[in-house]
Design a protein around this ligand. Sequence first.
Ligand SMILES: [Zn+2]
Length: 475
Amino acid sequence: MANNAITKRDVDFAKWYTDVVKASHLAAYSNVKGCIIMEPNGYAIWEKMVQTIDKMLKETSHKNVAMPLLIPENLMNKESELINGFAPEVAWVTDGGSNKLEERMCIRPTSETLFSDYYSSVVRSYRDLPLKYNQWCSVVRWEKETRPFLRSREFWWQEGHTIHETKEEAEAETRFIMEHVYKRFFHEFLAIPAITGRKTEKEKFAGAEYTLTIEALMYNGVALQSGTSHYFGQKFSKAYDIEFTNRENKQEFAYQTSWGVSSRMIGALIMVHSDDDGLVLPPNIAPNQVVIIPIGTDKDVIDLTNKINTLLKDSGITSYIDNKETSPGFKFAEAEVNGIPVRIEVGIRDLDNNLLTLVRRDTKEKIQVSKDADIVVEVKKMFSLIQTNLYNKAKARMESMTYTATNLEEVERIMNTNPGFIKADWCGSEECELKMKEIKGTKARCILESHQPITGKCAICGKESKEVVAWGIQY
Ligand SMILES: [Zn+2]
């Protein structure tokens, strides 16, 4: 049934997006300009993301720490590229109580400076390395235009900061996080296929030697940078004086990385999977995986809903009974808008026929199973079908919206009709990137690694080129 509170996705994508955020109670606008309130449904998804990624990080010997929220200006200024990169969007604290501060402090836009300052005081020898630290926190960037989850002045994330004795080890870490943590998380949990590669010099993180990125394609063909992993080489170590005694007993600057994913991933979940009836969540990331809805108040119905709930919970599935005093139709619609992957309907008429009804959120398909069937097995089977279907659907869409182009006219035609990722050869010049940007703001999403050139000639200037870039319009 159509949800009247939600604008049709194909009519107005931007409006549809904010309607889903509101109707599914993921976030509310606050009176703090540019900042959102994550409501229980939104925060529960974020918590599930945190738990899942945190487990992956701990399994690979990363440890959590907490750094200060404020960064003194002189500390921030030590790495000039970083401060230049962030200067326009840094918020400053100038007063403490009624006193002007001697030195203003910024609210962290990211914490490279604090980690580096700390590492300079604890890293002495190769025996102290590596240190693989991470923190879960919120950061502030003074954005001008904001959208719930996609861009807000304060957002939640994890920032990993590691320090190593060799270049090889730090580079391996940069890649490991991208390929084995982020990409895996996107595929296996969010059911979002994505491309990974290296950012161009123009698009890389300020202060990084290079940046690896994971880029996902939204339903409307717009690309979302969904996570980044940076290799710093010795840049920060030199700026913050992090020297250690290496195995040859010589002084050497250490090698660093940093990497992060944020609450923006909730925006990706909406824009990749959700529909005109609200949120659609893959079972592997849904905080509530099953809702059991009793139809009527017969004792048999109530007993069976309780029994099913216990069986599911005991097997590790997150389920709940919707006992509210509203009509079943209202409960069905609420389960739909909130994206609960599976709904189980228990009604007296079905029970008389020995049946239960299971409904998938992704396809709305209903199946009936015997009330004596192994409900845990049936539900898990459905989870697996939903998870696979969502991934395959998103993958087919991404593939159908991934084009190759050999000149600017082709790029223009594609971006004006049915945008998506465009693979095109690129000579490596910033001038060509700027020319591309004139077409609806198209930017280099990433340089595709180990990708054969398409023609060997830059699609923009025609000069010889070795690299293939995936271009896209960005959020
Ligand atoms: Zn060129």
